[in-house]
Design a binder for this molecule. Structure first.
Ligand code: NIG
Ligand code: FE
Length: 416
């Protein structure tokens, strides 16, 4: 567990129990642990008694016996958006389906109207409380998708707001371009022309502005076909950008196999995933991102094939899918609980799904997601008895402190 060091550190955390979540057995528990930070990175991790003789640290943090874990990672969100869709919630409770709402011009397109109408400042202000709610739960990395702009200017606005969140708040942000989320009204009946605009106009321009870390699409009978999705993936590949996919949420379109063929980072949702898709994901190392909030909120009944994913050795992640239509959820811990209660993940699987496997789904597993020397010092300290507590209750776990890139976050987040 110990890494290369010369025992000369910026900060040493002691009086902590560590859960390294580095894939070793259990949670990677180290009961009386110590963790050293230098230049924003983890310099040393191990049992306190093994600390190298003669270590020095500019400051020593006493963890008060709490559990120190990697900061949590929410690897699938649509957290930047404007508007309100609780009217659709009321309709769905009366039996109207999500598909029917989408087909009548509600759903994603309703959020597109509101997001297009919002200024960049309004969009930032609307998104902040949702982000703060995640951060209060020890989240240190968030993926943020575009996809409610569906035109170059509005997609750029969303992605700039995402970058601004990363610059103004203590959180690492990874952006994903989701231009192929829905067909905007001005392209009604012309999906090919819209996919052309996504591939030839929007994606190259947004990538040139440095706004895109990955590319996603909604491959579904109410979204885009596998053929259209493949065109988006080819455009991403030409720019050297990794891909991921909303796949097999409402029906089996072969999306998981498609994204795996493109060596995709992740296939997300997956309730309708079949054996071919699982085999392709296993072969490609594509992460299965489970989104139990959407399953719960849409009152779905078909479960993702968790046991088959396990048997095939596909890494599993869990995320909030925070969005106004299908998963109005800004609590990653609640998503972990749902993944256990609804999908029968173990708490260990759920926690790996919000740490190391979530990092993998974002292509940043070398950098974050576990307590290992060399990784960024993104940490969360918890007032819990055991790591499983984080997935067991809802609203019960107190996050005592958070560290981003080696810097302890102020207890109350203040904007610059
Ligand atoms: O991940 N599936 C497509 N996109 C979102 C839903 C977005 C919405 O309804 O606004 C999802 O579930
Ligand atoms: Fe989503």
């Amino acid at each position: 567990m110990t890494g290369a060091h010369d025992g000369d550190w910026d900060t040493l955390w002691t009086h902590v129990q560590l859960a390294t979540l580095d894939g070793r057995e259990g949670y990677g528990e180290i009961p009386d642990g110590a963790l050293a930070i230098r230049a924003g990175r983890i310099g040393w991790v191990g049992p306190r008694r093994d600390l190298p003789a003669g270590w020095t640290a500019r400051s020593v943090e006493d963890g008060g016996g709490g559990w120190l874990l990697p900061g949590l990672i929410d690897c699938h969100t649509h957290i930047v958006h404007a508007g309100n869709r609780s009217d659709e919630f009321e309709d769905r409770l009366q039996g109207v389906s999500y598909e029917a709402i989408a087909r009548r011009g509600g759903g994603i397109v309703a959020t597109v109207r509101a997001t297009r109408a919002a200024s960049e400042d309004e969009l930032f202000a609307a998104s902040l409380p949702r982000v703060e709610s995640l951060l209060a739960e020890g989240v240190t990395t968030i993926e943020i998708k575009s996809g409610y702009g569906l035109a170059l200017d509005a997609e750029a606005k969303m992605l700039r707001v995402a970058r601004r969140i990363g610059a103004s708040l203590p959180v690492r942000v990874r952006t994903t371009f989701l231009g192929a989320h829905a067909l905007p009204p001005e392209f009604a009946g012309r999906p090919d022309d819209y996919v052309d605009a996504v591939c030839r106009e929007m994606l190259p321009a947004l990538a040139a502005e440095g706004l895109v870390d990955a590319v996603d699409a909604f491959c579904e009978n109410i979204g885009f076909t596998a053929g259209e999705t493949e065109r988006v993936f080819r455009a991403a590949g030409a720019l050297g950008l990794p891909v991921k996919l909303h796949a097999e949420q409402l029906s089996d379109q072969g999306g998981a196999a498609l994204v795996a063929r493109h060596r995709g980072l992740s296939a997300d949702h997956l309730e309708h995933l079949g054996a071919d898709g699982i085999a392709a994901m296993a072969a490609a190392g594509t992460v299965a991102v489970l989104l139990p909030g959407a399953f719960y909120f849409l009152r779905e009944t078909r479960l993702p094939p968790v046991q088959a994913l396990r048997d095939a050795g596909v890494p599993i992640a869990v995320a909030t899918d925070c969005n106004p239509g299908t998963s109005p959820l800004a609590s990653l811990l609640t998503a972990l609980n749902m993944a256990c209660t609804l999908f029968r993940l173990t708490p260990r699987e759920a926690l790996l799904g919000a740490t190391s496997n979530a990092a993998r789904a974002l292509g940043i597993a070398g950098d974050v997601g576990s307590l290992e020397p060399g990784k960024a010092a993104d940490l969360a300290l918890w007032d819990i008895a055991r790591p499983a507590d984080l997935a067991c209750g809802i609203g019960l776990c107190r996050c005592l402190a958070v560290v981003n890139d080696g810097v302890r976050r102020a207890p109350r987040i203040a904007l610059d």
